[in-house]
Ligand binder design. Structure first.
Ligand code: SF4
Length: 182
């Protein structure tokens, strides 16, 4: 019998090989798009739509939390701890994922954040384990093994590929060089 799994999805490209792996493992996957860390709103919409395009290909439903897209709250959560902001950013998203998974009686929850080679993988895994309960467990898998294939497939399928992690800080860091040049 397949198990019900709630997958937190950060964007389309990160979900491709992650979904393939989870479906190959026999999980009945529902997606969750909850990412108040993506700025600005136009960027959020591009990533959300990319997520939905991939979900359609895999035939899964996605819970989209547009009504909880409140960057103000995200900025408050990382204020004065910007140097450690990623930890708090992961925590907020994983806490909400675990909460929705518990309320929905899912057997497991996990996140596409475990796919990215740019994220702090061990912190994400530790947070997920801390949030697990005996009924709603955290599924750990090193989805980074599908990194290259995910990139290639996202290009082939024409899925929107972002140029920075998500928050304004990461966008700023990415373009710092241009600022110095000018
Ligand atoms: S860099 Fe990425 S993970 Fe870190 S706080 Fe910004 S959006 Fe979140």
């Amino acid at each position: 019998m397949s198990t019900r799994l709630l997958l937190h999805i950060c964007c389309g490209p990160c979900s491709i090989t992650t979904l393939q792996t989870l479906q190959d493992q026999g999980h009945d996957v529902t997606g969750l798009f909850y990412n108040p860390n993506i700025h600005p709103l136009t960027e959020y919409v591009k990533r959300r739509d990319g997520c939905l395009q991939v979900a359609e290909r895999f035939g899964i439903n996605v819970i989209v939390k547009d009504d909880e897209y409140r960057p103000q709250e995200w900025f408050r959560a990382v204020a004065h701890r910007e140097n450690n902001r990623c930890f708090h950013c992961y925590a907020g998203r994983l806490e909400r994922t675990a909460q929705i998974a518990r309320r929905g009686n899912f057997d497991f929850f996990t996140s596409t954040l475990l796919y990215s080679k740019h994220q702090k993988h061990d912190d994400i895994a530790a947070l997920g384990r801390d949030l697990a309960t005996s009924k709603t467990r955290f599924l750990y898998h090193d989805f980074r093994e599908g990194w290259s294939e995910g990139i290639e497939t996202s290009k082939e399928w024409g899925i929107y590929r972002q140029q920075y992690c998500g928050c304004l800080y990461s966008e700023n860091e990415r373009h710092q060089r241009e600022l110095r040049r000018s």
